[in-house]
Design a protein around this ligand. Structure first.
Ligand code: CO
Length: 292
């Protein structure tokens, strides 16, 4: 692991997060928000670890604006952003209440407190179910539920989801937390506490470099291999580079199983969801929160 690059990515992510809090207002186009965030990441010297997720209300995750998106910010908005430096990732998220709504505020407090408590007990040698238990108990103390089928994750170079998952509930699995880089991300809801697959998100990831026949698809595939490697990217970025003809190429790459297309993740009872996330580096009995 490259501690220096990990800390650099974390610092950029934390600065972008602070900047984002200053400009998001209700009714601002999500497209404009995503572009401001991504411009800032570039300006600070970072690369994108994944497309900026701007998920509203019952969409828990995996909403990123399309190139022609008209959605305006409202409700309970989750901002989940990722930066990498030489493949070393910082993954962080926060939620905003754009309605001055008591329920939204409570859910936001629940996921933030759960994150804080989980990080407090995180150290090399602890079992992952203890972190999950802390997250679950904290969120339940607000009368809410954690989303049990979303979890935090280990990260490796150019791999956003690698190795172990960090549960958001007590899954009774006594897996030991070892040295490494981890994202902890509690989600809170007053609903069922589960998500299912929604519409296609326009977020993709390379799964196979095998040949594809159409020239435009092949051109896009080569670009993805070079530019994003095994990190997620979105159709908006590909349209920016190749124009709208790229949408046809992306469909072909999906059909040919070069790409995985992620679905949006929606709370099963259509209840609102909040999220808080930070990245932690565990190294030689020292724990560093890289993204705050
Ligand atoms: Co994450």
């Amino acid at each position: 692991m490259n501690k220096e690059k990990i800390l650099e990515a974390g610092k950029i992510a934390s600065q972008v997060k602070e900047y984002t809090r200053t400009f998001i207002k209700k009714d601002m186009p999500l497209l404009e928000i995503a572009e401001k965030i991504e411009d800032k990441i570039k300006k600070l010297g970072g690369e994108f670890a994944f497309p900026t997720n701007l998920s509203i209300n019952d969409i828990a995750a995996h909403y990123t604006p399309s190139y022609d998106d008209k959605t305006l910010a409202h409700g309970l908005l989750k901002v989940d952003l990722g930066v990498h430096v030489n493949g070393w990732i910082a993954d962080t998220a926060f939620s905003l209440d754009l309605e001055n709504d008591e329920e939204n505020k409570k859910l936001i407090e629940a996921s933030e407190k759960a994150l804080e408590n989980a990080i407090k007990i995180s150290k090399q040698g602890i079992t992952l179910n203890k972190i999950g238990k802390t997250i679950q108990e904290t969120i339940e103390s607000y009368g809410a539920s954690p989303i049990v089928n979303l979890s935090g994750h280990e990260m490796k170079k150019y791999e956003l989801h690698a190795g172990v998952t960090v549960p958001n509930f007590n899954n009774k699995k006594e897996i030991i937390l070892e040295k490494g880089l981890y994202a902890i991300e509690p989600f809170a809801t007053f609903g069922n506490g589960k998500v299912h697959d929604g519409k296609p998100s326009g977020i993709y990831m390379l799964i196979d470099e095998k040949n594809v026949r159409s020239p435009i698809a092949r051109e896009i595939l080569n670009y993805i291999i070079e530019k994003y490697k095994t990190l997620p990217f979105c159709s908006r970025w590909i349209v920016k580079k190749f124009g709208t003809k790229a949408l046809f190429g992306l469909n072909q790459l999906e059909e040919n199983q070069n790409l995985h297309h992620f679905p949006q993740l929606v709370e099963t009872s259509h209840s609102k969801v909040s999220q808080a996330e930070n990245t932690i580096l565990i190294k030689d009995n020292e724990v560093v929160v890289t993204t705050e």
